[in-house]
Design a protein around this ligand. Sequence first.
Ligand code: TPP
Ligand code: MG
Length: 318
Amino acid sequence: MNIEEVKKYYGEMLRIRRFEEEAARLYTERKIGGFLHLYIGQEAVAVGAVAAIDLKKDYVISAYRCHGHYLACGGSVRAGFAELLGKETGCAKGRGGSMHFYDVNLHYYGGWGIVGAHVPVAAGMAYALKYRNSGGVVICFIGDGAVNIGPFFEGMSLAALWGLPLVVIIENNYYAMGTPLHKTAPVEDLSIRALGFPVARDTADGFDVFAVKEVVARAVERARSKNQTTLIDVKCYRYRGHSMADPGTYRTKEEIEEKKRNDCILKLERYLDMNGYGDVIEEIKSKIENEIQQGLQEALNDPFPAVETAEKFAYVED
Ligand SMILES: Cc1ncc(C[n+]2csc(CCOP(=O)(O)OP(=O)(O)O)c2C)c(N)n1
Ligand SMILES: [Mg+2]
C-alpha cells in the first residue's frame, strides 16, 4: 500500500466518522429535525469510490444515507452541519436536511429520500454526459433494499440499452430498515441482477478502501472507454440503527461487534501504527478534530433562513 494514500484515505474516512458522531449528538440534543441516517461503518465505500473518479468531469448521486458521499466529494463540514441544523449556510440552503445534501459545484447531485428513485436520474445524467461527449462518468450509490424496486429496473434497462457511462454501487449492508438480506434475495451477491439487463458486474469488500477503489476504477474505465454500465455489489455494514429512531432489535450485539473488528478505519490505523507512523495518526486526528469542531461551531452560530424565503429554492428560478 502506498503510504501517502493510506494517510489520505484514513483522514477522509475519519472525517466522515467524526462528522456522523457529532451529528448523532446534535440529534439527541434535539437540534436536528426530521430523520437522521448515519453512515458509520460504511466510510470505505464512499471514500474508495470517489478516489477512483475525477470530479472535474465525473458526477456522484446517492440515497438518503448521504452525508459520507457529500463529504467524500469534498463537501464542507460547516455546510454539512448547517444543513442538518436547517441553517441558511447549509449545502442545500437548510431546506433539504439530512436526506438531501446537495452541491452542484462539487458535482454531488444528492441526497435522495425515495428508495431507488435516483437510479433513472443517474441514467439521465449519464445520458447527458455521453450526449455531450464529455468523457464523464456517473457513480450512483444505492442500498441493497433498492434492487427490488421498479425504478432500479427502469434506470438499469435504459443504461444497458443506450450504453451509458454509469457505475451503480450497491452498498450491501445486509439490511433494509429491519429486513435482513436473506428475506429479500436468494443470493448475497446482488450484482447477479446485472445479468438480466445485461450490464457488467463486479464485487468488492467494503471494509477495504483500496479494494473498493480498485474495483470502481475498473468500472469507471469500462464506462469511459466503452460506454459500458457496471453494477457492483459492495459488502459493508452500518454499525448504527437504520435511523436514530431505530432501536435495532432485529440483530445481535455479537453480530455488530464481529463486523466492527474488521473496521475500515481501524485497519488503516493499525497499518500506520505498525509501520512507525504513530505520530502521523495523532496529527491527522487532531487536524480532523479541529476541522469538525470549527465547522460545527460556525454552523451552530449561522442564521436560520429568513421566513419570507420559505417558498424559495424548491424549483430552479431565473
Ligand atoms: C419507495 C420507498 N419505499 C419505502 C421507503 C421507506 N424506506 C426508507 S429507507 C428503506 C430501506 C432501504 O434500505 P437500503 O436500500 O438497504 O439502504 P440502507 O438504509 O441500508 O442504507 C425503506 C424501505 C422509501 N423511502 N421509499
Ligand atoms: Mg441496506
